[in-house]
Design a protein around this ligand. Structure first.
Ligand code: NAP
Length: 226
């Protein structure tokens, strides 16, 4: 079966590595979600003929709604990778309220909006995979030790996975994952993993077989604690 896979924040970092990895399967169409369509088109052309750039700005509900409608007019999404994310720094007392709203919008509310938009068609078709790129900093089990807005928005995203997967049929799977500490603009130059290594678990979850897991949290393809 040839599939259409959408990766948010596909223009750099882990998202770009996910797009490149998924594009190895020639019969699939990969949609590189990005805010700057000129940059996205250039990247898509470089990667391969099965990659197309689509405009996807997660900053605001109305703009995202228009972006989603434009995608739906051209494509039927089988796999959604919620990768785009931001890291607002500071603890509860330091971070601005705007920073909390921004993190929650991009890291959690926009993924929910995308899931609500694309999951019904997956259910209708009897096939779907949703991958929510979270973080160990969003794990209660690991102590929620990251910056406040980041940790809480990723914990919320994990809640979306755990609670939301229960509303989906078994053939539409939704999982969370932590990519590890990855050398990107967000992770910085000292991080231990390359973007390609950080993308591996997301690619694996995008390609889960019928008997694969749903409603779980992974790192390096191993289940981890919420
Ligand atoms: N790097 C790590 O060590 C690490 C660890 C754990 C989890 N993660 C998670 O992995 C994911 C990817 O991180 P990364 O390290 O690749 O980050 P990155 O290099 O900073 O890239 C972030 C991506 O998100 C996009 N983005 C940000 N705000 C957006 C918005 N309002 N609308 C649409 N796209 C937006 C960016 O697009 P623009 O270019 O347009 O800004 C970019 O494509 C994130 O969810 C992050 O939380 C990363």
């Amino acid at each position: 079966m040839s599939r259409t896979l959408l990766v948010t924040g596909g223009n750099r970092g882990i998202g770009l590595a996910i797009v490149k990895g998924l594009a190895q399967t020639q019969e699939d169409t990969i949609l590189l979600g990005c805010r700057n369509l000129d940059q996205g088109n250039k990247l898509a052309n470089e990667i391969g003929s099965n990659v197309n750039a689509v405009e996807l700005d997660l900053s605001n509900q109305e703009v995202l709604k228009k972006n989603i409608e434009s995608i739906q007019s051209q494509y039927s999404i089988d796999v959604l990778v919620n990768n785009a994310g931001v890291l607002d720094s500071g603890n509860l007392l330091e971070v601005s309220f705007e920073g909390i709203l921004n993190s929650t919008q991009i890291n959690t509310l926009a993924p929910i909006q995308l899931i609500q938009a694309f999951a019904p068609k997956m259910i209708e078709k009897g096939y779907g995979r949703i991958v929510n790129i979270s973080s160990g900093w969003g794990s209660f089990g690991e102590g929620l030790t990251g910056p406040f807005a980041y940790s809480t928005s990723k914990a919320f995203l994990n809640g979306v996975t755990k609670s939301g997967a229960q509303s989906l049929p078994a053939n539409v799977k939704m999982n969370s994952m932590c990519p590890g500490w990855v050398r990107t603009d967000m992770g910085g130059p000292d991080a231990t993993l390359s973007p390609e290594e950080g993308a591996e678990t997301a690619i694996w979850l995008s390609n889960l077989p019928e008997e694969g897991p749903t409603g779980k949290f992974f790192r390096a393809k191993e289940e981890i604690s919420w």
